[in-house]
Design a protein around this ligand. Sequence first.
Ligand SMILES: Cc1cc2nc3c(=O)[nH]c(=O)nc-3n(C[C@H](O)[C@H](O)[C@H](O)COP(=O)(O)O)c2cc1C
Length: 320
Amino acid sequence: MKIKKDIWNTLEKPFFVLAPMEGVTDIAFRQVIAKAGRPDIFFTEFTNVSSYASEKGRKNALERLKITPSDSPIIAQIWGKNPEHFSELSSALESLGFSGIDLNMGCPDRHVNRAGGGAAMIKTPELAVDCFRRAKNSTNLPVSIKTRLGYTYLNEWKPWLTVLLNEHPAALTVHLRTRKEMSKVPAHFELIPEILKLKKEISPETKLIINGDIKDKTNAKELYEKYPEIDGFMIGRGVFQNPFCFTDHIATKTELLDLLYFHLDKFDEEAKETYHSFEPLKHYFKIYLNNFPGASELRNQLMQTHSTEEVRKILDNQSF
Ligand SMILES: Cc1cc2nc3c(=O)[nH]c(=O)nc-3n(C[C@H](O)[C@H](O)[C@H](O)COP(=O)(O)O)c2cc1C
């Protein structure tokens, strides 16, 4: 099949991407980030290909793949280990409105790895290649990969990235740590020049996206000045410190609380369609109740609530 329009080729350098984060970057939160200051590209949380392929799991998989016009262009991130299932889900994603497909080959979660997916793919490169090819041959969309430097040892990076670059993915996101390192050590920025060199030798057309410990746009631009061959930057946990991290803006208390109100509204909209438990929403409160006097007291109060209505009542009594 022919790729119609490769979204990655339409982006100006350096471009910015919101990292896929399971349990965080759902449809409601992506709308929050779009309002605060959008990245150039969104990713969904990862969706299991075998879940989509099963009668029982398909409804849930499609629920995870719900998108809105405000989070477009958006890439569907998928994971698994069954090549046939990669093919099946990949063939459906264009009609669901996605601009690309990303294969997760870096998730360190024990359950995911035991199932042979995520970072476990680093240990099964032939299978990884098979899954990539099956996905690519089943869609017109550009197919990219997100991975880590290795499974256990840092010196795995070169043979592993060579395998992936030989497949000429549309984009390659490298989280600059091994699976074993989880997020416990600083990202290996020192490897950027060698990774850039390898990419240039094997697949110059692949967009290289750097990920790991990049806090915000300013931080990314500093790296870009040092390494102008980098194509894009992916920011994950930076949004926890500052939901405006894709802008140069320093948020005020009023703006942060407005954003929290907006998140509550988006949560309610989603909950109307499918049941959503209120408790996980509390994990987000620290994002908005941060960096202003009285933020932690207000957060403690909100942690005692049981519904979005209760949260709004408390917020309504705040002086802005
Ligand atoms: C809560 C959480 C969930 C994550 N879920 C995913 C995921 O679904 N897919 C993925 O490729 N990476 C996932 N990651 C990894 C991030 O995308 C990113 O690679 C990692 O956090 C390092 O970038 P950062 O330092 O900017 O946060 C997750 C990370 C966190 C903290």
